[in-house]
Ligand binder design. Structure first.
Ligand SMILES: C[S@@+](CC[C@H](N)C(=O)[O-])C[C@H]1O[C@@H](n2cnc3c(N)ncnc32)[C@H](O)[C@@H]1O
Length: 230
């Protein structure tokens, strides 16, 4: 793996689990980047547990969902749902139906357990699929799409975002969030991440861009945008 890509991937993992989480994961498996990208095996279960229980992870997911302002008729899609914290939050917020895709079978299991009652009630559909091969069941149209600390792992994110725009209803919203956990990350680091996401969204044809920052340590940036209304 080229050094720059490895550095970016390390930063992305540290985004998600922080130093304490990474130390725990490394006890079981030294391939922490791979775990953040696609949690698997026993180490993947630990990674998922950290994703689900770290207070700042929970806060950022709750916050991103609150920014989307979901309505009872909304069909919402999350890419890279991990252990399903945002999915549970979307259900609590009253979304009509929540769909999700994650390419990690371990994360699918954890998210399905966490949201078992809502799945049983027919309000949640979770699938094991990569962002670049979403199944027909996730064709849409959706009223809202979100991804939290996941886009950095997608292959060809510009193409993925253009595809997601086609899956949104006219006027549908998207929220892409990033919490940079690289050592020493500051609000500036988060703003730089936001500016990269803004460029990707703009180039993919999204409009009405707006960036919000949640002042956690490290801060979270969330870029919100809309699919053109016509
Ligand atoms: C860092 S975790 C974040 C999980 C969750 N969104 C959260 O904030 O707690 C990244 C998640 O994205 C998933 N992921 C990464 N690349 C993916 C891809 N190309 N397609 C689908 N899921 C992906 C991983 O399996 C993992 O569950």
């Amino acid at each position: 793996m080229p050094r720059a890509v490895r550095r970016a991937a390390t930063a992305a993992v540290e985004f998600a689990v922080g130093r304490a989480g990474i130390a725990a994961v490394r006890v079981l498996n030294r391939d922490a980047i791979g775990q953040g990208h696609r949690p698997r095996g026993a180490a993947g279960s630990v990674t998922g547990w950290v994703f689900a229980h770290r207070p700042s992870n929970r806060q950022r997911n709750r916050w991103v969902v609150s920014l989307l302002g979901v309505q009872p008729t909304d069909r919402v899609l999350e890419i890279g749902f991990g252990p399903g914290v945002a999915v549970a939050e979307l259900v609590r917020a009253g979304a009509g139906h929540v769909y999700g895709a994650d390419h990690s079978p371990v994360m699918l299991r954890q998210a399905s357990r966490r949201n078992a009652a809502a799945i049983q009630a027919g309000r949640v559909t979770l699938v094991n699929a990569p962002a670049d091969r979403l199944p027909a069941a996730l064709e849409g149209p959706f009223d809202a799409i979100l991804a939290v600390n996941s886009l950095g792992f997608w292959p060809a994110p510009a193409e993925r975002l253009a595809e997601l725009r086609r899956r949104l209803a006219p006027g549908g919203r998207i929220a892409i969030a990033s919490q940079p956990r690289c050592p020493g990350a500051t609000a500036d680091t988060a703003r730089r991440a936001a500016s990269e996401i803004e460029n990707l969204l703009r180039n993919a044809g999204f409009t009405q861009l707006r960036t919000e920052i949640l002042p956690l340590s490290p801060p979270v940036a969330c870029v919100l945008a809309a699919s053109p209304a016509s």
